[in-house]
Design a protein around this ligand. Structure first.
Ligand code: GTP
Ligand code: SPV
Ligand code: MN
Length: 576
């Protein structure tokens, strides 16, 4: 970390330009059999590694070899930080402890913001004997997730230039979900190195959740209160850089409605004794995308990052303030800028001032819209689940699934434009089932089956499932929907549906709002049919594409029910 702000009480880190995002190609699951990691991970005969769209596999022997080649001596000359931490609110039966070792001060400081840190969160040997009969699974002294991280650059004592050590050509992020272990080498950035986050709270936790009958998902959690004071909670799964943090912190642009934040990235959920789905946020900070964040788009985020925040790869003003594309603040003429690459920068320069995946890391306690129940050990009751991605054409603003099974199908069928949060290039449409493609902790087909199973369990009253798309574009390429605070209009319809108070029309793909049911007052020039395209050839193409995707990437691991849902959709389209 390079600088401290006088005014903001924040820190700024500029990374090595080769270490700016998650590296999906170097992220692996370590399991005895390849099919335990991903449906179609097929190594070459005798091979020890296999790559596939839904996950990469490495054999336990190969991991041992890879670690032996990287770890001995790799921390030499550095300070090793030992970080005991808890994912989830203290006292919650859903919370789980972990221990991370790291040789990066940036990672230690960021983990201190993103997780609850304290030695008392680790199970002790004395507590293991006294609580071995308790229902909490943090009952054995051995029962915590082990996380080992190194930036992979021994230090010889000299001042380092550049000051972001990393080893990009040998980066490896390996998860052994069975042994509850994560090993990360070579990167200091975000999900690659803050191992409580995607590594533990998604990949390893998903495997724990399968074994124990709950769900660990890439989801925001919000409270939504209507003008009559009725409150509901929603969970939303959107792929990376598709609007989770913005929705979680939204200020409703619809009078009388209030949005409160429980979490912006990860939800751990289980059905309680009454059959209601309850969710906790395992994290206690936000690691959010900076570019595009402004007083106009996300005033709550702007308030949240006013202090005690670590910024990564944003621009720096000569007055010691931060800067990025879309910050919405004009600069006084005498203020100059330095880009995330450390070079002098001015508006209009061809390269952006902040990296597109520049991030802020801020404590949840800074957030002015934090929900009063955000640390409730029981979790908040979830009334609706929302799936959504960046779909420039064809996919309507919102539609509702006919059933839990149809909803799981919608989750399996999610696609989104590639983002800057990982190493992908350009605007290609990527399949991203459940928004979990880079984060599955075991075979994705089994993960879908697990969703079907928990929803079908006796006594479960699964929430309704919806699909949203804030990112429809018109012929000129502009967004059709104003988005951000106006997304409250969509949440209002969703909650009214849950309450049985809003009308809907059945289409082959699901239930869309009947005309007038979605509040469009105050939005000039928006017509219902622009927001709710229903083009049969588009959906027929989508079905063909989905069939090919299932065949190629799930193969025999696709749950039969999901294929039955695709066939039912094809049937409805034929009758349209
Ligand atoms: P990760 O933290 O990578 O998982 O991303 P995220 O899902 O939290 O996405 P985030 O809220 O950070 O938004 C990503 C980008 O989408 C930002 O540039 C936002 O400005 C933009 N965005 C978010 N919501 C909307 C919306 O409703 N409409 C439009 N047009 N853009 C949005
Ligand atoms: C994402 O890519 O979904 C993120 C950023 O939230 S990282 O923590 O780097 O995974
Ligand atoms: Mn986010």
């Amino acid at each position: 970390m390079q600088r401290v702000f006088s005014r903001l009480r924040g820190w700024l880190a500029w990374t090595d330009p080769r270490d700016v995002a998650r590296v999906e190609g170097r992220t692996v699951l370590v399991t005895p059999r390849p099919e335990d990691a991903a449906p179609q991970a097929s190594p070459a005969p005798g091979g020890a590694v296999a790559h596939s769209l839904l996950g990469n596999w490495m054999s336990p022997d190969e991991l041992r070899r890879a670690m032996d080649a990287r770890f001995p001596g790799c921390m030499e000359g550095r300070t090793m930080y030992v970080i005991p931490f808890l994912m989830g609110p203290p006292g919650s039966p859903l919370s789980r402890p972990g221990l991370q070792l790291t040789d990066s001060a940036y990672v230690a400081a960021s983990m201190r913001i993103m997780t609850r840190v304290g030695a008392h969160f680790l199970p002790s040997s004395s507590s293991s004997s006294s609580s071995s009969s308790s229902s909490s699974s943090a009952s054995s002294a051995d029962d915590f997730v082990r996380c080992l991280h190194s930036v992979g650059r021994p230090r010889d004592g000299a001042v380092e230039v550049p000051s972001w050590p990393c080893d990009p050509s040998r980066t490896l992020i390996a998860h052994d979900p069975r042994r509850r272990r994560i090993v990360s080498y070579g990167s200091g950035y975000g999900g690659n190195s803050l191992l409580g986050k995607k590594g533990f709270a998604l990949r390893v936790a998903a495997a724990m959740a399968r074994d124990e009958g709950w769900l660990a998902e890439h989801m925001l959690i919000v409270g939504f209160e209507d003008p009559r004071g009725r409150k509901r909670y929603l969970a939303g799964a959107f792929p990376s850089a598709c609007g989770k943090t913005n929705l979680a912190m939204m200020r409703a642009a619809l009078p009388g409605y209030h949005v409160t934040c429980v979490g912006d990235d990860i939800a751990w959920m289980r059905f309680d004794h009454q059959g209601r789905l309850r969710a906790i946020n395992p994290e206690c900070g936000f690691f959010g995308v900076a570019p595009g964040t402004s007083e106009a788009t996300n005033p709550v985020a702007m308030a949240t990052i006013r202090r005690d925040t670590i910024f990564t790869n944003v621009g720096l003003t000569s007055t010691g303030d931060v800067y990025w594309e879309g910050i919405g603040q004009s600069l006084p003429p005498d203020v100059t800028l330095t880009s995330w690459r450390g070079q002098s920068w001015k508006p209009g320069d061809p390269e952006p001032c902040a990296h597109p995946n520049a991030r802020f890391c801020a404590p949840a306690s800074n957030c002015p819209s934090l929900d009063p129940a955000w640390e409730d050990p029981e979790g908040v009751p979830i009334d609706a689940i929302i799936f959504g991605g960046r779909r420039p054409e064809g996919v309507p603003l919102v539609f509702e699934a006919f059933s839990w099974e149809h909803g799981v199908f919608l989750g399996s069928a999610m696609r989104s434009e590639a983002t800057a949060a990982a190493e992908h290039k350009g605007r290609q449409l990527l399949h991203d089932p459940l928004a979990m493609r880079p984060f599955f902790g075991y075979n994705a087909g089994q993960h879908l089956q697990h969703w079907l199973d928990v929803g079908a369990r006796a006594g479960a009253r699964p929430p309704r499932i919806f699909h949203v798309n804030w990112f429809l574009r018109d012929q000129s390429g502009a967004f059709v929907w104003p988005g951000f605070g106006h997304n409250a209009r969509v949440l209002a319809w969703i909650c009214a549906r849950v309450g049985g108070e809003a009308g809907a029309v059945a289409t082959p793909i699901g239930l869309i709002p009947e005309e007038g049911a979605l509040e469009l007052r105050g939005l000039r020039g928006l017509r219902h049919r622009d927001l709710f395209p229903m083009d049969r050839p588009f959906w027929e193409r989508e079905c063909r594409e989905l069939r090919a995707f299932y065949g190629e990437h799930f193969g025999k691991h696709l749950p039969r029910e999901v294929m039955a849902q695709l066939e039912a959709l094809e049937g409805r389209l034929r009758k349209m």
